[in-house]
Write a protein that binds this ligand. Structure first.
Ligand SMILES: [Zn+2]
Length: 577
């Protein structure tokens, strides 16, 4: 779930009349949720994890968890890895690396510690075979993607990418360029409750393409809006899902899949690709021209501020034929001030007009809200009072905290009696409220049955999302409509409408066709190649597409299905087609 949804929920909680719900994570399909199922955090947690692991991982992984911790691993081989990988393992900059090499003991110690933590994480992720871990990281190398850029990935992944590239080039399509592959991002040093499959980028199985034109969408408000405007979800629904799809993709990559099942999967990718690209266009043009013009004007003004800033920086850096004069620099500074003033003025003018500008959408939202309201009225249920398990737990935790504060204050040497009485009163109110909600929930369940009650609670979640969506549109809360820059995660409406001058925007915007010459020359392309043929070829060669993750789609992301399973089973399902 997007942080902004949570923030909105927490905000509504402060208003006494508003519903109080803490939403559960989506049950399936979401990468983060799936990941939560695997990772033990520390030794005491390991035994509890055995139950989860037993089935998918087989005996080897189970044995690993139950035997005593192996001795400290050798880490000297890490020193001979390429700088790109070493710096990621050490979580160091090149400068820090050099300082550690030339006598900075503190950094040298930190590096040793980080390498041990890295090994501990990798033993957890791949199994306790240190030689295999060493081999794995020695098999990570760069692909030259042109323009002096590199894409780092494991040999398993590089081989398949090469096959995809050849297949595309045979059809006159260039391989889309990217440099986003191997990326530990420090997660191996602090894995928290991340699961093993979180680490596909960290071990060189995953690659991202075109993040700004295919952003990650996890915010329920955006998913709801996309559905309302286009009639479908922003993620791909494929013929098979979850582990069934992973297993099929593994076989496809190895050339061993049942042709009918493979065709069915690729056909569903085809159909969904068409739906998503068309829906993304529909979304961009759904609002009236006046709305799009007004929002576009704001985006142009924002962009002009950046342009003026860049011009001044260029001016200041100028040496030839002569350095910039004081007058020129002052004029450059004034251009920035003017551009900023113009932008601020447009923003101030548009915010009060947002309710009118988004009326075609808020009308639809209101209709959906009215349907849910009628459902509650028809069942004679108080929507505010009906509370989910999460909502109850959350309120109980709050009551407990106030009781704790009260007890702490009561023990203090100098007691603030007024404050103590206030806390006592507050705790009592919270406890009474929870009791009232518990009773209401129980009474509703008795009257309507558990199934209907749960259905109403689900409807209440939808209601909160709809209200948050409306609020975002008409107030620009948390930069919902416009902000200062492009985003790769849950972007602003302006980006999704394609109004930001930096790119074409949209929910899902493939490259424009072209690039035959690059394909012929075997070059990667920054502008062409990301499209249906590419995505289908990736799936055919055993890549899992993040765009098919339900409930939190990640369209920029592809990962080798075999690699995902290798991690998921802690090394029990080996690589090696
Ligand atoms: Zn990714």
């Amino acid at each position: 779930m997007g942080d902004r949804v949570r923030a909105a929920e927490e905000k509504t909680e402060e208003k006494p009349a508003a519903p109080v719900i803490v939403r559960p994570q989506p049950a399936t399909g979401n990468r983060a949720t799936a990941d939560l199922l695997s990772g033990p955090n520390a030794d005491p947690a390991r035994r509890a994890d055995v139950a989860d692991l037993g089935a998918p991982a087989g005996n080897r992984a189970v044995t690993q968890l139950l035997t005593a911790a192996p001795p400290d691993p050798a880490i000297d081989w890490i020193e001979s890895l390429p700088a790109e990988i070493k710096q990621q393992i050490d979580n160091f900059t090149a400068k820090q690396e050099k300082a550690a090499d030339t006598g900075n003991e503190k950094l040298a110690d930190a590096r040793t510690r980080n390498r041990h933590t890295f090994m501990a994480t990798m033993r957890w992720a791949m199994g306790d075979d240190d030689a295999l871990i060493q081999q794995h990281f020695q098999a990570i190398a760069p692909i030259d993607v042109g323009d002096g850029e590199q894409l780092w990935a494991h040999s398993s992944t590089r081989e398949r990418l090469a096959a995809v590239k050849a297949e595309l080039e045979a059809q006159g399509i260039p391989m889309p360029q990217t440099t986003v592959g191997l990326g530990m991002r420090g997660d191996h040093l602090n894995r928290g409750n991340k699961g093993r499959t979180w680490f596909t980028h960290a071990v060189g199985f995953a690659v991202d393409w075109r993040a700004y034109q295919t952003p990650r969408i996890t915010d329920d408000k955006l998913i709801t809006l996309f559905d309302m405007v286009t009639g479908g979800r922003p993620d791909m629904k494929t013929s098979v899902e979850g582990d069934t799809r992973i297993d099929l993709e593994i076989k496809m990559g190895q050339g061993k899949a049942d042709p009918a099942a493979a065709k069915k999967l690729l056909d569903s990718v085809d159909a969904e690709y068409t739906r998503l690209t068309q829906a993304s266009e529909t979304f961009k043009t759904d609002l009236p021209k006046e709305t799009l013009d007004r929002l576009g004007e704001v985006e142009q003004a924002r962009f002009a501020v950046g342009t003026a800033r860049k011009a001044l920086a260029k001016l200041k850096a100028r040496k030839k034929p002569t350095a910039a004069t004081t007058e020129e620099i002052e004029a450059g500074q004034k251009a920035i001030t003017d551009a900023q003033e113009h932008y601020d003025k447009l923003v101030a003018a548009i915010v009060p007009d947002l309710p009118k500008l988004f009326e075609p959408w808020t009308k639809k939202i209101d209709e959906r809200i009215a349907v849910i309201d009628r459902e509650f009225a028809g069942a004679d249920v108080d929507e505010e009072l009906l509370t989910s398990d999460y909502g109850l737990k959350d309120r109980e935790a709050k009551a407990r905290q106030v009781r704790k504060d009260e007890a702490a204050l009561a023990k203090a040497k100098i007691k603030d009696e007024a404050k103590l009485a206030q806390l006592h009163q507050r705790a009592q109110e919270l406890e009474e409220d929870v009791a009232k909600r518990r009773k209401y929930r129980a009474d509703t369940t008795t009257a309507l049955g558990a199934k209907k009650t749960q259905a109403l609670i689900d409807e209440k979640f939808r209601l909160i999302t709809l209200r948050g969506l409306k609020e975002g549109l008409i107030t620009n809360a948390n930069g919902f409509v416009f902000r200062t820059k492009l985003a790769t995660d849950d972007p602003a409406i302006d980006q999704l409408l394609g109004l930001m001058p930096e790119n074409r925007g949209g929910f899902f915007t493939p490259d424009v066709a072209g690039g035959e010459a690059q394909a012929k020359a075997g070059q990667f392309s920054g502008a062409h190649g990301y499209g249906l043929t590419f995505i289908k070829s990736m799936v055919s060669h055993g890549f899992e597409a993040g765009m098919a993750w339900r409930g939190g789609s990640d369209p920029m992301h592809f990962e080798l299905a075999e690699g995902r399973k290798f991690l998921k089973t802690a090394g029990a399902s080996p690589l090696g087609s």
